[in-house]
Design a binder for this molecule. Structure first.
Ligand code: ADP
Ligand code: MG
Length: 618
């Protein structure tokens, strides 16, 4: 800065001073002023003249107070006067409004008065003020930022912590001035990026980032960024506990959702009903479960891509799907027909078809759930059939009852005719033949009546009482086929049962045995005391054995199914199915052994019946 023109070049120095000293004072940057005891300015060097804006007449003229009236009554005046009176040196700094300057001065008592040494410190002041202002601003910025900020010196001592930082770390106590690793010794100290990141920032001047859990007393997750500075590290850190918790929650939910999806997938795959998804244009299989594929005897992969009608050419099905495509679901619809995979096999289903709609309402797929009810349908029919049979039985029973009375009359009348002495021998032969035939008719009627008499209460019967009437019923066929019957009744007990139902079982077993021995053989029926194989209840076991053609294992596996028969039109396939039901109701068992061995072939059915309450020996 160029110095202003010298306002008082002729100012004279005190006479006591030599020329050299005068010269020196003139060239000082600081102002030097001498005041005499009457407060007149007796000397002012060049700098003083400049700073105090002196004019030539200021020296040795008016008093300092007259020349600078605004200083009167100020601290400056008080100091000057004290210095003058008490002969002491005093320092003072003050603002001088008329010149808008900051002055720093020091007084010295001298023999003639006082000397004042002073300088204009305005610029210094301004710089300081600016520095303070910007430091304040920085502090304010640091305090309002949501990041926590910490400064570390080269010894990892915390030199600064902003407001947010202080909040977050409040539970760790006062940490400014302490070594960071002493404040947080426990945290993830080893095997963590914590120490390494700080070390790198300090030693290598590289910024770094890490996330770490700060345990008790903080219990917080922090995301920490460390950057090197000229004299240490600046650390920005953020509480990410919530984010962490949210991320963990998300992870937990995701794995839960995955588990659920797996469960649903398993249920879907193994559900006992057929499930499938079709695309809505050509009705091709997009997805289907095992059961649905099993309807066709295929795997799901073999069915995907094929069309509905290709797999199930069932009349009306296509139309049903079109209806679903138009947005109307089909619920519990009975469907029946044949599948291409099993021609000739009539099957039944209950189906539900629903449109799968996209958010905009368009049908993006059709979902189908099909429950096969073929077995139930057949069972239903069988029940109807067996009810019919029961009705026929009742009918037969009432007819035979009605026939019995006239039969008795006819028998009596024939007896009377036969008792006539004068009968020609020829006629007698005819009468005797008629008597024999009528006896047979009478027997059949009695048997039928007995067989079908509906006993509503269980009765106690012996094995022989159960078997004999049935054998009589089959007598004609047994004779015709040349079958020898051997009965051995060893059991000593009677069983409590609905005898007609058990006879129905025996009737079928014996009928089946005869069917298997068309060209003759041996039918062996035995009874002996036994115990239930599982409950060990006492009972009687009846075996019906034939040496007929026997069964293959495939046949044997299916004989108790309704409608399973190997006899075409001559069989109903209901006999054994109904029998198992009857036997179960009696808490008994019905088992079978069979062999097709060329030499020893045949079948043995074994019927176990518990004795029931009040058992007694015969
Ligand atoms: P159906 O006699 O009307 O065929 P069943 O239920 O009584 O019906 O018998 C089912 C099937 O079991 C028969 O068709 C036959 O194949 C087989 N079966 C039953 N008993 C015998 C037997 N004693 N010997 C050989 N096969 C038999
Ligand atoms: Mg049968």
């Amino acid at each position: 800065m160029a110095s202003p023109p010298d306002p008082a070049p002729s100012a004279s120095a005190p006479t006591a001073l030599g020329a050299d000293f005068h010269h020196l004072l003139e060239h000082l940057d600081d102002g030097i002023l001498f005041l005499d005891r009457q407060w007149r300015i007796v000397y002012a060097n060049r700098a003083a003249r400049r700073i105090s804006r002196m004019e030539p007449g200021f020296l040795n003229g008016a008093t300092h107070w007259e020349l600078y009236p605004t200083t009167v009554g100020t601290e400056q005046e008080r100091i000057y006067r004290r210095s003058m009176d008490e002969r002491v040196s005093i320092e003072h700094e003050f603002y001088y409004p008329p010149f808008d300057v900051w002055i720093q001065l020091r007084t010295f008592p001298i023999p003639t008065g006082i000397a004042v040494h002073y300088r204009d410190v305005s610029q210094l002041k301004q710089a300081n003020t600016r520095r303070e202002a910007s430091a304040r601003q920085l502090q304010q910025v640091f305090d309002v930022t949501s990041d926590a900020i910490m400064l570390l010196d080269r010894e990892y001592r915390v030199t600064f912590l902003n407001r947010r930082g202080a909040e977050l770390l409040s539970r760790s106590g006062e940490i400014v001035g302490r070594n960071l690793f002493q404040v947080f010794p426990g945290i993830v100290y080893k095997n963590s990026p914590y120490v390494a990141t700080y070390g790198q920032a300090m030693e290598k001047g590289l910024g770094g980032y890490f996330e770490a859990y700060y345990p008790d007393p903080l219990n917080l997750w922090f995301a920490v960024e460390a950057h090197p500075t000229d004299d240490g590290i600046i650390v920005f850190f953020r509480d990410i506990s919530h984010e962490r918790a949210a991320a963990e929650e998300l992870e937990r939910k995701t794995s839960q959702a995955q588990a659920q999806a797996a469960e649903i997938e398993t249920v879907y795959r193994t559900a006992p009903i057929g499930l499938a998804l079709f695309e809505p244009k050509e009705f091709r299989y997009v997805r289907l479960n095992d059961r649905q594929a099993a309807f066709f005897g295929l795997t799901p992969e073999q069915v995907v891509g094929r069309t509905l009608t290709e797999m199930a050419p069932i009349p009306g099905l296509q139309e049903l799907f079109e209806q679903v495509c138009a947005g109307t679901p089909v619920i519990n619809y009975p469907l029946e027909g044949e599948l291409i995979s099993h021609p000739g096999e009539h099957r039944y289903w209950t189906v539900n078809y629903s449109p799968v709609q996209a958010p905009d309402g368009t049908v993006q797929a059709i979902s189908a759930a099909s429950l096969e009810i073929t077995a139930q349908k057949k069972a239903e029919k069988a029940l109807i059939q067996s009810e019919k049979l029961a009705a026929v039985g009742r009918l037969a029973s009432s007819i035979s009852h009605e026939i019995n009375n006239p039969l008795e009359s006819v028998t009596n009348l024939l007896y009377l005719i036969a008792a006539e002495d004068h009968l020609p021998p020829e006629v007698r032969t005819y009468v005797e033949l008629t008597q024999a035939e009528i006896a047979r008719v009478s027997q059949i009627a009695t048997q039928t009546l007995r067989f079908h008499r509906q006993a509503s209460l269980p009765t106690r019967v012996s094995a022989r009482q159960l078997v004999d009437p049935v054998l009589k019923l089959h007598q004609a066929r047994l004779t015709n086929c040349g079958i020898r019957v051997v009965t051995t009744f060893v059991s000593k007990h009677s069983v409590l049962c609905l005898e007609n139902e058990i006879r129905q079982v025996l009737n079928n077993l014996i009928g089946n045995a005869i069917d298997a021995m068309r060209t003759g053989g041996r039918l062996s029926i035995r009874s002996h005391d036994a115990h239930h194989p599982r409950t060990a209840a006492a009972g009687v076991r009846l075996t019906v054995a034939d040496d007929g053609h026997g069964m293959s294992s495939e046949t044997k596996a299916r004989i108790f199914e309704p409608f399973f028969t190997t006899k075409d039109l001559n069989g109903t396939g209901l006999g054994l199915w109904i029998s198992t039901e009857i036997v179960q109701r009696h808490a008994g068992t019905l088992t079978v052994r069979s062999s097709q061995h060329p030499i020893c072939h045949g079948t043995v059915f074994s019927l176990f019946l518990p004795l029931g309450e009040g058992a007694e020996e015969i």
